[in-house]
Design a protein. Structure first.
Length: 465
């Protein structure tokens, strides 16, 4: 290249081949880290001043220039140029244009792009984690609110996607909230690991300039410097862990999305989608498509791909820094961008669902879903469960052969199947009775659902954003 802002090159006698320069260039995607690079430089010059490499006046002048540079970046007045290899070289160019090469040239002392980028990706992801947390909180709040609004509405519960036992719609909705709560807990635990600063590690071995890395970590709001300089520059486990958590969030959305797509079909008719969160067909005028839910499924696949690609990049890297690590940013940038797009739309779709509770209740006893209640009733009559299971299976087989519901079996027919099936068994042959009886921990009874909502509100209070 005829002109370059590279932060290296003194030992090279010629210019970089254009194809190599194009391959090496990361400014197209790492420019979003510009404000974090400026924050890191502001912290770094504090350490330079404390060690005597900058005077108070010089540090003040550079800090003011960096503040102005940050404003220019935010407004678009300062932008990367084709000569800039990456965000670091572009911003150093901008600083030198403002304060001159003698003063601006001092800033690079005691740091490397290796420890810079390892720190910047952490503080960027810490910021983005906070935004994603707020969006997940919104969805949890919507699920808890919908559960409160549909506290006593029954619906079919399924295993293997077959009718299993009746449950409350509120219980089902909360079953989608709890994984998201755990995702927030993972983010919180990840934050503790991510909040250590690689700054001061230099290229890999630290620096001989006696700079205090604690000054930088404190200025950036991080916990402390990392313990090992090679680990600091070469490890991206916190990036991979963020990608994993992001993938789990997407997967949890996708699982619910799959149900919403099914529920909105004519065959199920459990829910109606709001017009504002649906789309139509270019050829079929009657169509109302669950595109938000479908895109949630699609985005989950894409995000899983981001995680997989990142892990494959990291799997064979020797210590310490390798240029392969340039590939760590785009996967998590893509995860952040897609979750930030998806979560508000998904939450809006869920918040505006209209539930056909009559249809759900109508189907809640289908498929002989009260059979388990019969077996457990028999256990309460001191019948061994092995026998109770066999007796109930025979009852289901009898009803199925006659194409009737369990409650339609006569007292005489009950007695013919087993002497233990007395008329009192009818007390459990209602959906309401079945649900009411599920009072064990985590059960689907109203009392236990209220416990769940109370626990959720303690963990995720309304207005916790």
């Amino acid at each position: 290249m005829s002109e370059s802002s590279n932060l290296w090159g003194g030992r090279f006698s010629g210019s970089t081949n254009d194809a190599v320069a194009a391959l090496s260039r990361s400014i197209d995607f790492d420019w979003r880290l510009a404000k974090y690079d400026i924050l890191g430089t502001k912290a770094h010059i504090l350490a330079l001043k404390a060690a005597g490499y900058l005077s108070d006046a010089e540090q003040t002048r550079i800090d003011k220039a960096l503040t102005e540079l940050d404003k220019r970046v935010a407004s678009g007045m300062f932008q990367a140029k084709p000569i800039d290899e990456d965000v670091h070289s572009a911003l150093e160019r901008g600083l030198i244009e403002m304060v001159g090469p003698e003063l601006g040239g001092k800033v690079r002392a005691g740091r490397s792009r290796n420890d810079q980028i390892a720190t910047l990706i952490r503080i960027y992801l810490l910021d983005q984690a906070g935004l994603i947390r707020d969006q997940v909180l919104d969805l949890i709040d919507v699920l808890a609110t919908l559960a409160q609004e549909h506290m006593s509405a029954p619906m079919p519960g399924r295993t293997h996607f077959q009718h299993a036992q009746p449950v409350l719609l509120s219980h089902h909705l909360l079953a989608h909230a709890w994984p998201l709560v755990r995702d927030l807990e993972r983010l919180s635990e990840w934050k503790a690991r991510a909040s250590f600063s690689p700054y001061g590690a230099g290229a890999l071995a630290g620096t001989s300039l006696a700079l205090d890395p604690n000054i930088v970590s404190q200025a950036l709001g991080l916990t402390a410097p990392m313990a090992n300089s090679m680990d600091a520059t070469a490890s991206r486990d916190v990036v991979a862990e963020f990608a994993f958590i992001g993938s789990l969030i997407a997967i949890n959305l996708s699982r619910f999305a799959e149900e919403i797509i099914i529920w909105a079909s004519a065959e199920f008719n459990y829910v109606k989608l709001a017009d504002a969160f649906s789309t139509g067909s270019s050829i079929m005028p009657q169509k109302k498509n669950p595109d938000v839910a479908e895109l949630a499924r699609g985005k989950a696949g894409r995000i899983i791909g981001d995680l997989t690609g990142l892990l494959a990049t990291l799997k064979g890297l020797p210590l310490s820094y390798n240029r392969d690590l340039q590939e760590d940013k785009e996967p998590v940038f893509d995860i952040v961008d897609n979750l930030s797009l998806l979560l508000p739309a998904f939450t809006g779709m869920v918040a505006t669902l209209t539930f056909n509770t009559e249809r759900m209740e109508e189907l809640s006893s289908a498929g002989y879903s009260l059979a388990t209640d019969v077996a457990e009733w028999l256990v309460k009559q001191k019948v061994p469960f092995r026998d109770a299971h066999e007796i109930t299976g025979q009852l289901v087989s009898f009803a199925e052969a006659k194409n009737i519901e369990l409650s339609d079996v006569t007292d005489v027919e009950f007695a013919a199947i087993s002497k233990h099936l007395t008329p009192e068994v009818r007390e459990v042959l209602t959906v309401a009775g079945s649900i009411k009886s599920r009072t064990g921990a985590g059960g689907t009874s109203v009392a236990r659902v209220l416990d769940q909502i109370s626990a959720l509100r303690k963990l995720v209070p309304q207005g916790s954003r």
